[in-house]
Ligand binder design. Structure first.
Ligand code: HEM
Length: 345
């Protein structure tokens, strides 16, 4: 089942973003248990995944494709620094061009095609009405630098990590919808440096083990993990650079607007070794769901209640939930009695 790209909706202003019933059903709910703690929750990205799920293809595209690429254009217009590629990442940028074009064309042939003969390439992106001939490896044959060119046509953020001395460095990427972090700030940092602000996980050895795992990823052996937080309104761009626009929203949550205004924000993160440059692709596909939509699934509603109730204070503070966790937990308690919940149908 493919979700067709839908008309443009807004992740800002009047927030016209909506999920269809299908998008709600395939939402990657991230909690396998009633308790949530940080862990090395990495698993092989086995393909194809279950049909219609967000795991079916290497790079998931859904009904928000057009809205998200339009949102990216707006962010980049206001702040070109959200796209950054250090000069030594040029080979990785070309790896990325080939990777994304090949995946999109193979998995969504009704929307994309990619033909390559030697270095001569023809790319077609029908939803965005783009047809482009170019010479692979020749930046002059594209209207934009290669990473930015394809990055503007991708759904989801990504970083390209350079691997050297047994570590990973954030040396390139397009990050226009971060959950409160900044590519410009983290640029050039190592794995443990950019994870510096994360509480508890360093002491638990999570990053030590994760880094070893990531450095050993081979071409053809992609892996994935889910990460989550919460956002007020369906706002994709919750970056430190725009904090003045969204920070105070966290103080506006009441029992009357929780369901409509609070969104669970889940990142499907995929890690893929680029074959020639040996860089690591780190894709971040963000899925947003309002709590009103989430509680249509009784199993999810009950579990989210328990997770939030038991979340360690350090994680509550780090994820920016301190101002409204109480209201949220109280509101969700109506979905959590001791009766076995009905499965979503
Ligand atoms: C948070 C990047 C892989 C675990 C973060 C943050 C960034 C980031 C920028 C926000 C830090 C801040 O507050 O400034 C990346 C990149 C990765 C990667 C580029 C790929 C190389 C992983 C892996 C794990 C992990 C494999 C597995 C354990 C976490 C955790 C958080 C985090 C637990 C805190 C998230 C939260 O509570 O909302 N990551 N990460 N990361 N990362 Fe990673």
């Amino acid at each position: 089942m493919h979700l067709a790209p839908r008309d443009t909706q807004a992740f800002r202003g009047n927030f016209t973003y909506r999920n269809s019933r299908k998008a709600i059903e395939r939402f990657p709910f991230p909690f396998p248990e009633d308790d949530y703690r940080y862990s090395v929750n990495i698993e092989p990205h086995r393909l194809p995944g279950p049909k219609g799920s967000v795991y079916e293809h290497m790079l998931d595209i859904d009904e928000h494709y057009l809205s998200e690429t339009a949102e990216r254009d707006m962010v980049l217009m206001q702040d070109p620094g959200r796209c950054l590629a250090m000069p030594h990442m040029e080979p990785a940028c070309w790896d990325l061009v080939e990777f994304v074009m090949s995946c999109y064309a193979k998995d969504y042939p009704e929307h994309f095609s990619f033909e390559r003969q030697g270095d001569e390439c023809l790319w077609e992106n029908r939803p965005l009405k783009i047809q482009q001939r170019f010479r692979f490896g020749d930046p002059a044959s594209l209207p934009l630098p290669p990473m930015e060119y394809i990055g503007r046509q991708m759904q989801g953020d990504f970083a390209l990590l350079d691997q050297r001395h047994g570590d990973l460095f954030m040396d390139a990427g397009v990050i226009t919808s971060p959950a409160d972090w900044s590519l410009a700030f983290d640029a050039g940092m190592s794995f443990k440096q950019w994870h510096g602000p994360v509480p508890l996980a360093h002491e638990m050895g999570v990053f030590e083990r994760a880094l070893k795992y990531l450095c050993a990823i081979q071409a053809g052996g992609p892996v994935r993990r889910l990460n989550w937080t919460m956002t007020i309104h369906p706002r994709m761009d919750s970056s430190p650079e725009t904090y003045h626009e969204w920070g105070r929203d966290r103080t506006t949550i009441t029992p009357d607007n929780v369901g409509k205004d609070v969104f669970l924000r889940v990142e499907l993160q995929t890690l893929v070794r680029m074959p020639r440059s040996h860089a690591l692709f780190f894709g971040i596909r963000t899925y947003l769901i309002s709590l009103d939509d989430l509680v249509t699934n009784q199993v999810w509603a009950r579990r989210l209640h328990r997770v939030l109730k038991g979340l360690p204070q350090a994680l509550v503070d780090y994820k920016g939930l301190s101002r409204y966790r109480g209201t949220l937990v109280e509101w969700l308690s109506q979905y959590d009695d001791d009766v076995e919940p009905r499965e979503y149908s």
